[in-house]
Design a protein around this ligand. Sequence first.
Ligand code: 5AD
Ligand code: FES
Length: 356
Amino acid sequence: MAEKTLQTVLNRLYAADVPEKADIEYTLSIKDAAQTAELFAFADEIRQRHVGDGILLRGIVEFSNRCDNSCKYCGLNKTNVNLKRYKLTDRQILNCVEQVANAGIGTVVLQSGEQADLDSDWLAGIIREIKTRFDIAVTLSVGEKYCQDYALWKEAGADRYLLKIETTNRQLYQNLHPQMALDNRLRCSKDLKTLGYQNGSGNIIGLPDQTIGDIADDILFFARERFDMIGIGPFIPHPATALSDCPPSDVEMVLKTIAVTRIITKDSHLPATTAIGSVNGNDYRPDALMAGANVLMPNFTPLPYRQLYEIYPGKRCSTEAPGTCGPCIDMMANAIGRTIDLSRGDSLKKKRKECA
Ligand code: 5AD
Ligand code: FES
């Protein structure tokens, strides 16, 4: 029988082409403080080896909180009629991007709720304008779309796309997104990869009824699909959703998931998500950065709109003015002996030729 000490399991996870689900589950199940510290130290070492000490920054601009979906966990879901909806003007969006560029940050993320009537040509125009005026990588995060839309935006100059799978458990996915289909999300992700986007996925940890086996399956999915970026965050119950009474995620499980994902995927970009900076008023982003993460996403959405992009309550940096995040992030990096890397931070994955 294969030996099961934590070090052997971690080494096996690191060395394997296709890791064993049982090894992932074993690692996610550890509770002992010394063992957890051992896991985080191992992941931190792999992070150092494969992506270095620089913390990459992505300036995020949440340009609209309008959403046609009804994800059961998300405060932006369309049944939340009390939320004031907004969409930034072209000028506001470009001003935000200018602030990201002026801060020297090499990537801007344009994010919004998911809207069927999002004008694809309009967004292509914004991307073109950004690419003409600024030397900056553009990441889009506007949900499930047709392949033609993704192609149009790629042609306009978009570099990357974030579309988290949220959970790979089919039943759980269906319960949480009654009007959506996991297969369409997978189709979108495939299209994005085929079109040559640097491709982002991710999941939510601590969803009601989610098991350790489900999280292990998510990690195996991330590894199999060789995502360039993987955002892993805790579930935080929002009062205006169907899941308002569910308990929030166990932070330790989020950190363990980040650590195992780092060990297995090696050079993927893993953000210390804003959500992990927002659990019960505590900021666990430094912990995530010491457990395998290498990216931070400072918020450049202007006030008062930033407060209206309330995916979950207590979202970090909701009330601070844009620009406040810079010094805060510098301090965070210093405190943990890391540096800030302002470069574009493109994918480190070597592109494989996909077979037809
Ligand atoms: N708690 C944590 N994360 C959430 N998201 C949406 N709602 C919640 C919540 N209640 C995450 C999803 C989505 C991202 C923008 O925010 O993963 O992809
Ligand atoms: Fe808007 Fe899910 S509620 S994308």
